[in-house]
Design a protein around this ligand. Sequence first.
Ligand SMILES: C[S@@+](CC[C@H](N)C(=O)[O-])C[C@H]1O[C@@H](n2cnc3c(N)ncnc32)[C@H](O)[C@@H]1O
Length: 221
Amino acid sequence: MSLDPDFAAALAKHSMEIDEAIALQLQQYVQVMWRWNEQLNLTRHTTWELFVSRDLRDCLQLAVLLEEGEEVLDLGSGNGIPGIPLAILRPDIEVSLAESVAKRAKALSEIVGELGLPVAVYGARGEDLLEDFRFSTIVSRAVGSIAKFCRWVEPHWASVDRLLLVKGPKWVEERGDARHLGALANLQLRRVATYPLGDEESSEGVILQIWPSGARGKRFD
Ligand SMILES: C[S@@+](CC[C@H](N)C(=O)[O-])C[C@H]1O[C@@H](n2cnc3c(N)ncnc32)[C@H](O)[C@@H]1O
């Protein structure tokens, strides 16, 4: 298999230098996922330009924030973003995917199976998994507001060290709502990455880290 010229051109346009073996695995993921997209509504990003400038950019930003050996849960994985590219970019971490819609979870299982990735896929609500499993980091994109996430995880902070949420420009408004609702009480929130999104220079992506205040979350303070 060789690199699709449109994928290579999009990587070059966005100045992303990615090892060829890794780029080929990413390409295989996208091609298999786009195949499933013909039957299921998994993504609207159906060009290499959109995959690179939106999806891959978010995943690369997350990848550098994860420590070696982390156990990571992608909550609300849908089409596999960010969990599957993270598993490809960072083979030293352990990635699990949670997707509550059964047919999407089944497609994700087929995709990771076809790619031969050591990724567990759970057809379940991510917050319910925290009853039985422990993760160092929950990553998530386009699943719920900050307030919603805090509520979901609130009873389970013993099972997770931190959240890394990929957000768009509305994050400030969401943070305000979460504060107003008291959802951020006893939690710390820090913006740990800011980057331009797509071709629109005015549009920014951010990654928010949320962790418990006090002794439990001390190492992130
Ligand atoms: C808009 S899609 C986002 C997919 C992908 N993360 C992305 O960024 O493109 C949201 C997905 O999260 C799933 N979802 C929503 N709430 C969830 C929960 N609590 N646990 C697991 N999956 C959930 C939905 O079924 C849907 O597939």
